[in-house]
Design a protein around this ligand. Structure first.
Ligand code: SAM
Ligand code: SF4
Length: 467
């Protein structure tokens, strides 16, 4: 009988991608996904260490799982519990010390070893204390050992092309939990993209902690040719992928301003497949704070990059990440951040209250900003961003946008799609048009989405539209 696999994913899209790959690794062992934890023979918590109290949240989830595991064992069934991801990497054996019923702890680079780790856990003499910890950064790449992705049914897909980070922003744990930067070779990425497109995917989002630091090995037919380097950046990779017939949209996230090079900017100018929405974290609008964060860019650099991007692609909409209350942040620094938000006209952003991460340089800086001030700045920042988002979305009313229809909506006859600017769009359309890009007249605004109507004469007919 098939065994049931329950995966709970925390955090970013990279973790979502990793969770899907772990399911791929376990499929040949007979594990099928389930949404019900009580029925699961195997539970994986794929964790994220970015948010405040991330580890504590994982420990309280483990506390709940302990009961579920005990109930299953009392009924003569099994529940293998694995903790994966960045909390696993950061906490390591502390997890099995505090939660001895955890069977496996594995870091983000060792997912391909899951079958072996499960076998080892099952062989352990005392099933109540068998916690195996594998948080190495192995020499071999997990991508060389993971099975090919299942051609999943969706219209959009994530594809990890780069992992790790060498930037060492002083607030961030990623360089410690995900390790040094590595890029997958171009042909490996292209092969995965082709498989996904053959399986019905129309839009691919290239993922990396620092995706535009991508420097993957070029396909062998290009190596050595005049003017072609042995390694390609993200711009050239995007150009290569844009040649895949049927791949209509390409996005990428998350980028660092420092790595926004000429080729990538030119790709925004030349490739209609590259969507005009870019997530480009800046963190702060104060040069003093940016220096203390070790961001390797100043506000002026950021504005210059934005200017070049907008010359290349005038309709580019920008989103970002901001941290408020970094140690030493004064009211003037915070005002500079608000000013930058207005000047760039960000249409979206992820906002964070600074929270000290043990082991990072900023955690020991003097002048930690009081909680109350951080809360108040966060509220103010979010209010401004909401205003700008609303203003941007309002400009969509009355426009005709090419919408990629992704899935059924909640109401009869309703579909949900995405605009080039990543806005969710609700409309009535035949189910058979899922996977198509159709022109939609935008009629109204909801808090988190747009409402539209298929342009007349386009009742679901197949056609190709660029962004
Ligand atoms: N590599 C990306 C970058 O350079 O911005 C994203 C890294 S991280 C996964 C996502 C965001 O979490 C960061 O951009 C930052 O805004 C936020 N973040 C990271 N560490 C934080 C901390 N200690 N406190 C608050 N926010 C943090
Ligand atoms: Fe963290 Fe991003 Fe800075 Fe790397 S570039 S250290 S992932 S915030």
């Amino acid at each position: 009988m098939a065994k049931k696999l329950y995966i709970k994913t925390y955090g970013c899209q990279m973790n979502e991608y990793d969770s899907a790959r772990m399911a791929d690794v376990l499929a040949p062992l007979g594990y099928e996904p389930t949404g019900q934890v009580e029925t699961a023979d195997m539970v994986i918590l794929n964790t994220c260490h970015i948010r405040e109290k991330a580890s504590e949240k994982v420990f309280s989830e483990l506390g709940r799982l302990r009961h579920a595991k005990r109930d299953r064992e009392a009924a003569g069934q099994e529940m293998i519990i694995a903790v994966a991801g960045c909390v696993a990497q950061a906490e390591g054996s502390e997890i099995v010390r505090r939660a001895p019923y955890v069977d496996i702890v594995l870091g983000p680079q060792t997912y391909h070893r899951l079958p072996e780790l499960i076998a080892r856990a099952k062989r352990a003499a005392d099933p109540s204390r068998r916690g195996i910890v594998d948080t190495e950064f192995p020499v071999e790449s997990k991508f060389d050992h993971l099975p090919e992705t299942h051609a999943a049914s969706g219209v959009t897909a994530f594809l990890t092309v780069q992992e790790g980070c060498d930037k060492f922003c002083t607030f961030c744990v990623v360089p410690y939990t995900r390790g040094a930067e590595m890029s997958r070779p171009v042909e490996e990425v292209a092969a995965e993209a082709r498989r996904r497109v053959a399986g019905g995917v129309r839009e691919i989002t290239l993922l990396g902690q620092n995706v535009n630091a991508y420097h993957g090995r070029a396909p062998s037919r290009f190596i050595g040719k005049a003017g072609t380097a042995g390694e390609w950046g993200l711009g050239r990779l995007a150009r290569h992928l844009a040649e895949i017939e049927g791949l209509e949209r390409i996005r990428y996230t998350t980028s660092h301003p420092h790595d926004m090079d000429d080729e990538l900017i030119e790709a925004h100018r030349d490739l209609p497949q590259l969507m005009p929405f870019l997530h480009l974290p800046v963190q702060s609008g104060s040069d003093r704070i940016l220096a203390a964060m070790n961001r390797q860019h100043r506000t002026a650099d950021f504005l210059r990059i934005v200017g070049r991007l907008r010359s290349a692609r005038p309709d580019l909409a920008l989103s970002s990440d901001f941290i408020v209350g970094f140690p030493g942040e004064t009211e003037a620094d915070f005002e500079a951040t608000l000013a930058l938000i207005r000047e760039v006209g960000f249409v979206m952003a992820y906002t964070f209250k600074y929270s000290a991460r043990p082991g990072t340089p900023a955690a020991t800086l003097p002048d930690q900003v009081p909680e109350q001030v951080r809360n108040q700045r966060l509220d103010q920042l979010q209010a401004l961003l909401r205003e700008q988002q609303q203003a941007f979305n309002t400009t969509m009313i009355g426009r005709r946008l090419p919408v990629l229809l992704e899935k059924l909506g909640r109401h009869e006859g309703q579909l949900i799609g995405r605009s080039p600017y990543l806005q969710s769009v609700h409309l009535e359309a035949p189910e058979a048009s899922i996977g198509q890009i159709l022109p939609v007249d935008i009629l109204a605004l909801f808090p988190n989405s747009l409402a539209g109507r298929l342009a007349s004469g386009h009742a679901g007919a197949r056609e190709r539209l660029s962004a």
